[in-house]
Write a protein that binds this ligand. Structure first.
Ligand SMILES: *Cc1c(COP(=O)(O)O)cnc(C)c1O
Length: 361
């Protein structure tokens, strides 16, 4: 019998590879492969989630107003310009369906997040990769490549898996210089780790072609609940809301995210702990001859001499019960991405890398 054929582009999608969470036969595994908050979410978020168990028979809100108000209050933004999604992954997907189709190009950078390509292909658009310069987004290269077919440009800032960041002046330069039909999307999954920086959110008040995405999965420790949000011009938010499922976010997820974003003290504590442990881990790795760019995020991109060395180190770490992330799929075969865990995990991974480099394996 003839097979039913899907829309063009869909068969080209390579399935997303998540960070591993288990090692066969090893107990007490330290998971440093998915950039999760090692301390989990605010206790207030867990409380809110428990309380939400009493209203599971009710449909959730469709406009997410309490969560949007809480986000707006915390970050001093406009609640009308916020859209909430099932992780920022959903916002990325809605942007692609809303603004790119057959014949359109979706640009992202060399070491960019794999969801941009997946969502572009799903929408029938053509994904286009632009080179970075020494693991940093190259604004000039993007401006040179963007043309009349370019509908979307995705940047991760700070970058994953690079951990590097471009300044707001560069985001402005992009928004000013891109072709008029093109929307610039700045993915701020890690911006909560950067003190005093909103990743361009307020800049969207002055630009019709700038949009940012944010998430509860990283600093806020709610990756398992799937809550993200987008921020930008109201006319873009209106478009995405037409595409969004009315009940995309569950009541418990909305309640937990609202409590999490309002607990500023907890978020600040996590940010400071991460910064302290990140400095320590980068120093410890450097002492073992493993260099890294200064990270603005909750992970370190550890650079080894070669792909075989990086892979051998990853294999050794596994024997020690430590999971980190290989990033060859992101064009960085000689690197391993290591999430900043709690203090014990940081010490454990630093020690194990030291043992590996000393040849004790
Ligand atoms: C983790 C991450 C996200 C967050 O995705 P969610 O769907 O919100 O969990 C988005 N972009 C990048 C680059 C990430 O690393």
């Amino acid at each position: 019998m003839a097979k039913i054929v899907p829309q063009p582009g869909i068969s080209e999608i390579a399935l997303y590879q998540g960070g591993a969470s288990q090692i066969e036969g090893v107990q007490n595994v330290v998971k440093l492969s998915s950039n999760e908050n090692p301390f989990g979410p605010s206790p207030k978020a867990i409380d809110a989630l428990r309380k939400a168990a009493h209203t599971l028979h009710r449909y959730p809100s469709t406009d997410h107003l309490p969560l949007r108000r809480a986000i707006a209050e915390t970050f001093d933004l406009w609640s009308d310009n916020i859209i909430c999604g099932v992780g920022s992954d959903e916002i990325i997907s809605l942007l692609c369906y809303g603004y790119a189709g057959s014949g359109d190009e979706v640009l992202y950078t060399e070491h960019g997040f794999s969801m941009y390509k997946i969502s572009a292909l799903a929408a029938g658009a053509t994904p286009v990769v632009v080179a970075e310069k020494n693991r940093v987004v190259d604004v000039n290269a993007i401006l040179e490549r963007a043309g009349t077919k370019t509908k979307l440009v995705f940047l991760t800032n700070p970058g994953n898996p690079t951990g590097t960041m471009i300044p707001e002046s560069d985001i402005r330069r992009l928004a000013d210089g891109l072709p008029p039909q093109c929307l610039l999307v700045v993915d701020g999954a890690y911006i909560d780790y950067v003190e005093g920086c909103d990743g361009g959110a307020k800049l969207t008040h002055a630009y019709d072609n700038l949009f940012v995405t944010r998430t509860f999965s990283k600093l806020y420790g709610l990756g398992g609940l799937r809550v993200g949000w987008g921020y930008g011009p109201k006319y873009i938010v209106d478009t995405l809301n037409r595409l969004r499922g009315p009940f995309n976010l569950s009541g418990p997820a909305l309640a937990a995210a609202e409590a999490a974003v309002l607990d500023r003290e907890y978020a600040e504590k996590c940010r400071l702990d991460n910064a302290r442990l990140r400095t320590w881990l980068a120093g410890a790795l450097a002492e073992h001859g493993v260099s890294s760019d200064t990270s603005m995020t909750n992970f370190i991109l550890a650079r080894f001499g070669s792909q075989p060395e990086a892979e051998a180190c990853d294999d050794y770490l596994k024997t020690q019960g430590i999971l980190v992330r290989r990033v060859a799929g992101y064009g960085l075969p000689q690197c391993l991405r290591i999430t900043i865990g709690d203090e014990a995990s940081c010490r454990r991974v630093a020690h194990a890398v030291g043992q590996f480099k000393a040849g004790k394996r």
